[in-house]
Write a protein that binds this ligand. Structure first.
Ligand code: GLA
Length: 393
């Protein structure tokens, strides 16, 4: 790993790669203790890592060569680190808080092929690659669901973004050719077959170019609205509301719409998982469109470029399309017949007509979750230390 050698002396002891994610369906349901159905992408973050003896967490990023971070582990505290380095530093802090002090420190060399800010969870991928590297270097052997929770804690309590557990779970627990059905209350997971090519279809990510920031307050506001709606309905979380009609008891029209989105979105996740299990990916298209309408009209987190991309995709023959992630910027996911080449150009033409910068397109290939790369020591090459592959058979 020559990149490690540019920032540090010697060779890395371990190299880990954690993917970004797309979300087929189940948006703004994770922090409501509901269900999500994301999958890992073939784009991700690589962390090459080695131990140190000076108690410092030294981090270099190939994407930010002018901003090295050398952080004494003992001084890590929420708010003490800003920018991209806060994510891996937050993971080291969360590990320390959980009783794993990472004695001696670590050198981390980060590289990424995920576009930042595109709603593909580049920050969760960075957290997860750093978590696996620190866990591996220090021989902790923590189970992946626990690493996902620690990475989320880093984001919530160290970086200060109140996100849910979906992105870290997708990055750490996904299996190639499958989406990950995750019950965000119990942590139970199931691998649901998702092989678009085998169905003569393709999943296309459209990066609308509009940029969001989960820390800008609107995401946190949605969370608070959901908590308020749950309290008024007398349930622990909106997960416990089983019929959309029950949301009619909320007098406040805004809270009623927010709750209706969450309740109907949970239903859509369940139906999508059922369709995929039955081999009907095409049937999921209508659910994607219903999810988008609900996020746009009831949850009010869509943005103009996403609405235009969804409409243009559908007019050009897509089977379904919706905004992905927290909202207010980022990417759209479209389900298209494999041979239908008109969808991308149709969206690009609509953007051009409005004078917007051109969108970027990526194929979304349901890929494997995080793994250890190229073990030079020859011990168990092709497997990884945390046993996700072994556990999942
Ligand atoms: C962001 C958060 C996730 C989830 C989505 C919305 O991606 O990081 O936890 O809440 O928004 O579904």
């Amino acid at each position: 790993m020559s990149w490690f050698g540019e920032g540090f002396s010697g060779r890395p002891e371990q190299v880990w790669r954690a993917p970004g994610r797309a979300n087929l369906i189940g948006e703004h349901t994770d922090y409501n203790q509901g269900w999500v159905l994301p999958f890992a992408l073939d784009l991700g973050v690589t962390v090459a890592a080695g131990r140190r003896g000076d108690g410092v967490l030294a981090i270099r990023s190939r994407q930010a060569p002018g901003a090295p971070a050398d952080l004494p582990l003992a001084a890590l505290a929420p708010g003490a680190v800003t920018g991209w380095a806060a994510y891996p530093a937050g993971v080291a802090w969360a590990l320390r808080e959980a009783g794993h002090p990472l004695t001696g420190g670590a050198s981390l060399a980060v590289d990424s092929d995920l576009p930042p800010g595109a709603g593909l969870s580049s920050s969760a991928a960075l957290e997860c690659a750093a978590a696996l590297a620190l866990d591996g270097l220090h021989g902790l052997g923590l189970p992946r669901p626990e690493l996902a929770t620690l990475a989320q804690r880093a984001e919530n309590d160290f970086v200060g973004v109140p996100s849910g557990i979906m992105d870290q779970s997708a990055s750490l627990l996904s299996r190639a050719g499958h989406a990950l059905l995750l019950d965000c209350r119990t942590g139970a997971t199931a691998d649901v077959p998702l092989d678009p090519a085998a169905a003569g279809l393709a999943l296309l990510i459209i990066d609308t170019g509009a940029r969001h920031a989960l820390g800008d307050g609107r995401y946190a506001q949605r969370r608070r609205e959901c908590e308020r709606a749950a309290a008024l309905l007398g349930v622990a979380s909106l997960r416990d509301v089983t019929s959309p009609a029950e949301t009619g008891r909320l007098a406040d029209p805004v809270l009623r719409r927010r709750a209706r989105h969450v309740v109907t979105e949970n239903e859509r996740v369940e139906r999508a998982a059922g369709l995929l299990t039955g081999g009907d990916l095409a049937g999921v298209g209508a659910l994607l469109c219903a999810s988008h309408a609900s996020l746009r009209d009831d949850f009010e987190v869509s943005w103009p470029e996403a609405d235009v991309a969804v409409d243009a995709a559908m007019a050009a023959g897509a089977l379904g399309a919706r905004m992905m992630g927290g909202g207010f910027g980022g990417s759209v996911l479209a389900l298209v017949p494999a041979g239908r080449r008109a969808v991308g150009p149709a969206i690009a033409a609509e953007f051009e007509r409005r004078g917007w910068p051109p969108p970027a397109f990526f194929p979304a290939v349901p890929s494997a979750g995080a793994s250890r790369l190229g073990r030079a020591d020859g011990e168990g090459a092709g497997t990884d230390d945390n046993g996700a592959g072994a556990e999942r058979g």
